[in-house]
Design a protein around this ligand. Structure first.
Ligand SMILES: [Zn+2]
Length: 114
């Protein structure tokens, strides 16, 4: 007489009924287990790509020496008009490069040193 446990389960991957030998078995076969594993890995990868791409944009700005108005907005989380107002009030030193306004990153840092 076999003392093996036999539990009727539903495969987490393909949904088929199968007889599991242990309570922790989730899949009907190695194939399903492997496929489910790959699927999970792929989803994890997609999620990490999502989070890293949004954080690299801010990190990218932080590593720049000169920022555009848009960069400064993103970094400070303010509107461009706030930035322009700060430039008008000489709270922020900006340089004009043709039509573009450039702000040194150190100027942004100075705001927080006062
Ligand atoms: Zn299966």
């Amino acid at each position: 007489m076999s003392s093996n446990i036999r539990i009727e389960k539903t495969c987490m991957y393909c949904g088929e009924f199968f007889i599991a030998k242990t309570t922790v078995t989730k899949y009907c076969s190695d194939n399903c287990a492997k496929r489910a594993y790959k699927k999970r890995k792929r989803q994890e990868k997609l999620q990490t790509v999502d989070t890293s791409s949004s954080s690299t944009s801010v990190n990218g700005i932080q590593s720049k020496d000169f920022l555009s108005i848009q960069d400064a907005c993103k970094l400070l989380g303010t509107s461009r008009w706030t930035i322009y107002r700060m430039i008008d009030r000489k709270q922020l030193t900006a340089a004009k490069l043709g039509r573009r306004t450039i702000i040194r990153r150190t100027e942004i840092d100075k705001l927080f040193q006062a």
